[in-house]
Design a binder for this molecule. Structure first.
Ligand code: DX5
Ligand code: ZN
Length: 224
């Protein structure tokens, strides 16, 4: 049975006390840490890179779910794995050779994910599904935390889950952007099983908010 997992995005944490923020959410039940890497090219903003990942790796055993919002991610896969990534997700829009990059990630011994921007059709996945452990559907345009969930993405999640069931695949569907107390049930109901949440988790009362989301997620039976 597939599991529902909360993946708090550290982009919304306070970098003055990143370790405490991470510890609070992990101890409260977050199983993944979502790590957003931005290059100022694929997306307008620049976030952080290898040194930050390497130093937080020393503080926790939590699963590191690295979301690369960078052009030509194939240049850096091995390095991110060395820094401690447990999964690496690349954008289909950022590489000319998606199938090859998925093989490259798998060859490093970690899980491989593909991310799609809101406007990218699901059909780009047709020939890479067998290589893919997780599909990340962006539910906002990537680049910034704290944006509003795009409602049309609910239908996209549902269609993708249906497609996976028809092909007999157990692939995880991760949703990223605008997931909060008002939208989390909608994405779970549509078939997502890994929820990224940044601004809805970090800030104040991180532990309480984590527990609340984990509780909601446990109310939904994950798709098989
Ligand atoms: C956006 C990032 C997200 C972001 C989510 O480009 O990929 O992971 O941190 O932030 P919220 O949950 O605040 O929308
Ligand atoms: Zn992300």
């Amino acid at each position: 049975m597939r599991k529902n997992i909360l993946a708090p995005s550290i982009l919304a944490a306070d970098f003055n006390h990143l370790q405490q923020d991470i510890q609070q959410t992990v101890e409260a039940g977050a199983e993944y840490l979502h790590i957003d890497v931005m290059d100022g090219m694929f997306v307008p903003s620049i976030s952080f890179g290898m040194p930050v990942i390497q130093s937080i790796r020393k503080t926790t055993d939590c699963f590191f779910d690295v979301h690369l919002m960078i052009e030509q991610p194939e240049r850096y896969i091995e390095e991110f794995v060395k820094c401690g990534a447990d999964s690496v997700t690349v954008h289909a829009e950022a590489t000319k050779h998606l199938h090859r990059v998925m093989q490259q990630i798998k060859a490093c011994g970690v899980k491989a994910g593909v991310a799609l921007n809101p406007s990218t059709p699901l059909s780009v996945l047709d020939y890479v599904l067998e290589e893919t452990d997780m599909i990340l559907l962006m539910t906002v345009n990537p680049g910034f935390g704290g944006q509003k969930y795009i409602p049309q993405m609910t239908g996209k999640i549902r269609t993708l889950r249906q497609k996976l069931i028809e092909r007999g695949l157990e692939t995880d569907i991760q949703v990223d952007g605008g997931v909060n107390a008002d939208t989390i049930r909608e994405v779970l109901g549509a078939g997502a099983n890994i929820c990224v949440a940044g601004s809805a988790v970090f800030g104040t009362q991180t532990a309480e908010k984590t527990r609340e989301f984990v509780k909601i997620m446990n109310e939904y039976t994950a798709y098989e």
